[in-house]
Ligand binder design. Structure first.
Ligand code: AMP
Ligand code: MG
Length: 347
């Protein structure tokens, strides 16, 4: 854990979306902490009374480690590790929190018509996105065979007994598209309960904003240009909301000049191939923001807009090869700045 206390700052963290919250002001008094967990960088910029940062950041770190030990596919004895390494027919007991996350995942598998599915894990492994291994395009036969293991109908989630069981050998689940958002919300609740009202943090691109900047203005989040990650296409101004971006540019490998990214279409077994380069979700629900950024990226623009029309409990910024498209509620909080990079703005 790394804690820093500063009066003046100009931090720009380039992850998937960028927080430009902390422009210098003599009254500003933010505390910073950076840590590494769940295979990603987590950094906090929190306005809190002098002397409390040690205890508050230490508690935040404990919360993160607790979830990592419960949910990580790589931590032996985590709930997810135990499930993924279970014998056929074995029922694995899990914590209440893991159950809560699984129920949300199940609900969104239905809502998104299977575009979001935690059962996609065997495919993610097949494509080499779980470990640091040399990645290569799998054979068509291997993809077809692995697709048979991707179906939540073969995952028995028993809420009464807090157990989970797989009906097919070789199945696995992966919370990579939901856990960080869920934890972001839990941490936000912890900060609020601890009397921290203003600040922001990011867990591998899952941004949480709390309250306002010291000058009374909202936090500014830059929506990254998926074609040039050192640039951005616009700024969101938000308070007390989660902002999460998913995009094919975030993790990928290249073979024969073709890019293969880490978001897999559970129906085809291949990296999703829609017209979207990235999706940014703005929501007051951390887990849903994380889920939907991934799910809508798989859906593509038209189906995503239909999904938004039907639900309207979040806002979004979509980026295609040549357009930036925002939902109705995002218009008032988004400033388009992508014209210099040949993007057209559609609202
Ligand atoms: P995100 O970065 O939030 O979009 O999540 C991507 C991660 O979620 C990947 O690295 C996989 O671990 C997992 N994943 C990939 N495709 C899907 C999918 N269609 N549904 C659910 N999880 C996925
Ligand atoms: Mg996600």
């Amino acid at each position: 854990m790394f804690i820093k206390k500063m009066r003046v700052c100009g931090v720009v963290a380039l992850i998937s979306a960028v927080c430009f919250g902390c422009t210098a002001d003599k009254q500003e008094h933010y505390s910073y902490m950076t840590t590494f967990a769940m295979n990603t960088i987590i950094s906090f910029t929190i306005d809190m009374p002098n002397g409390e940062e040690e205890i508050i950041f230490s508690d935040a770190e404990k919360i993160i480690r607790g979830y990592e030990n419960m949910l990580s596919v790589n931590v032996e004895d985590s709930d997810i590790y135990k499930i993924n390494n279970s014998d056929l027919g074995e029922k694995i007991s899990i914590s209440d929190k893991t159950m809560e996350i699984l129920k949300v995942a199940e609900e969104f598998e239905d809502l998104t018509d299977g575009d979001f599915s935690i059962s996609v894990a065997p495919l993610v492994t097949l494509w080499g996105f779980t470990q640091d291994i040399e990645q290569t395009v799998p054979s068509y036969e291997d993809i077809e065979k692995t697709l048979e293991l991707v179906d939540m109908k073969d995952v028995i989630i028993d809420e009464d007994n807090n157990t989970i069981e797989f009906l097919k050998d070789g199945m696995a689940i992966d919370l990579g598209a939901i856990a960080k958002g869920y934890i972001a919300e839990e941490l936000t609740n912890y900060f609020r309960d601890s009397g921290v009202l203003n600040g922001h943090f990011t867990i591998g691109g899952n941004i949480s904003t709390m309250g306002l900047k010291n000058d009374g203005s909202k936090w500014k989040i830059a929506v990254q240009n998926p074609v040039d990650i050192n640039d951005y296409v616009g700024l969101l101004e938000v308070t007390d909301l989660f902002v999460v971006t998913s995009g094919g540019y975030q993790r990928y490998f290249t073979e024969d000049n073709v890019r293969y990214h880490h978001i897999i279409d559970p129906k085809t077994g291949y990296p999703s191939d829609s017209d979207l380069l990235s999706v940014t979700i703005i929501s007051d629900n951390g887990a849903e923001a994380d889920i939907l950024s991934t799910a809508l990226f798989v859906m593509g623009l038209d189906k995503s807009l239909e999904y938004w029309e039907e639900h309207r409990n979040f806002e979004a910024v979509f980026i295609t090869e040549d357009e930036v498209i925002v939902t109705d509620g995002a218009k008032a909080i988004f400033t388009f700045e992508g014209q210099d990079n040949d993007f057209e703005y559609r609202d």
